[in-house]
Design a protein around this ligand. Structure first.
Ligand code: ING
Length: 302
């Protein structure tokens, strides 16, 4: 057995005028509670430091930039890294990244994985940006991720916490390719945070299925790649927009082994044996023995 004690650290809503300092206090409570329960790693949601600002069309760069981190750790988030090191507990954190590369500003929907020593192990930039790039006033609220962020290049994995760890963000979890690209790299645990409105303006007929679809895609991804999946919500009503909960820790079997049952700040904790992945990776989903890439070329065509 290779046990990782995981805490899925769901957050309730973060309002527009909530300060970073207030949010970081909530994250620190999660870190301390998880440490008290013997956890090795804590998974926070997507955009865990701010409200889900892509719901608005903003044009003033100064106002927009308030939602991004230009340093990680920065002056305020340093407290998180210090606590992680002191408590010996790592974390996954989703945030809006402002990165100046060769004098040009780039903006990404990003997550990092931090080790139990408080050092950054890896960074992931969201590949699947849902929504739209222009303001669409017909919508009850916007979903402007294609306006606020550039897409990331692909999915990587990192050796950490005794196994092979992967990261994804929100909409990524709806796409089978997300899990398979990491599955082909031997991933044993995929951590992903999400901010998912109940209402999807282009398809309101899906609204009643939003929790079902949330579970469906993560459970399928776990089973079809023999990997653990930890999905963590920012939930509840943010600035009038209701977002789903559904935070879950899912075993390679596809079974949910721990879940949140509220829409507020809540920890779901599980003792995850990474060796359980082998039962699927060495049989049903033994890619070397059974997979037929020569039959799949259409998947990667433009
Ligand atoms: N949010 C949503 C998600 O993929 C969405 C966007 C909702 C797409 C419902 C389709 C249906 O969970 C983010 N942030 O990706």
């Amino acid at each position: 057995t290779r046990i990782v004690n995981v805490a899925a650290a769901q957050l309730g809503p973060i309002q527009r005028n909530t300060s970073r300092a207030e949010v970081i206090e909530r994250l620190l409570v999660h870190l301390h509670n998880a440490a008290a329960m013997g956890c090795h790693v804590v998974v926070f949601p997507e955009l865990a430091l701010t409200t889900f600002f892509p719901r608005w069309y903003l044009e003033d760069p100064a106002e927009m930039n308030m939602f991004y981190e230009s340093q990680m750790p920065g002056p305020e988030t340093q407290k998180l890294f210090d606590a992680a090191k002191k408590l010996g507990i790592g974390f996954y954190l989703g945030y809006a990244e402002l990165s100046v590369e060769n004098g040009v500003a780039h903006r990404y929907n990003t997550s990092i994985l931090v080790g139990r020593d408080g050092e950054i192990i890896g960074k992931y930039r969201k590949v699947h940006l849902p929504g739209h790039a222009q303001n669409e006033p017909w919508r009850a609220f916007q979903h402007l991720e294609k306006y606020y962020f550039e897409p990331g290049p692909s999915f990587n994995v990192w050796r950490a916490f005794g196994g092979v760890m992967g990261m994804a963000l929100c909409n990524d979890r709806r796409w089978p390719e997300t899990y398979r690209v990491m599955g082909l790299q031997g991933v044993e645990m995929i951590m992903l945070g999400y901010n998912t409105p109940v209402h999807n303006p282009p398809a309101p007929e899906h609204d009643d299925l939003s929790m079902f679809h949330n579970q469906l895609v993560m459970q399928a991804g776990a089973y079809q790649n023999g990997t653990w999946v930890v999905g963590v919500a920012k939930a509840g009503k943010e600035e009038g927009c209701e977002m789903i909960g559904g935070t879950s820790i899912i075993a390679p079997s596809g079974e949910v082994v721990a879940a949140c049952s509220t829409k507020g700040d809540e920890l779901a904790i599980a003792r995850c044996d990474l060796d359980l992945c082998n039962s699927y990776k060495s049989t049903t989903f033994n890619f070397d023995r059974h997979r037929r890439p020569e039959a799949y070329s259409r998947i990667t065509e433009q």
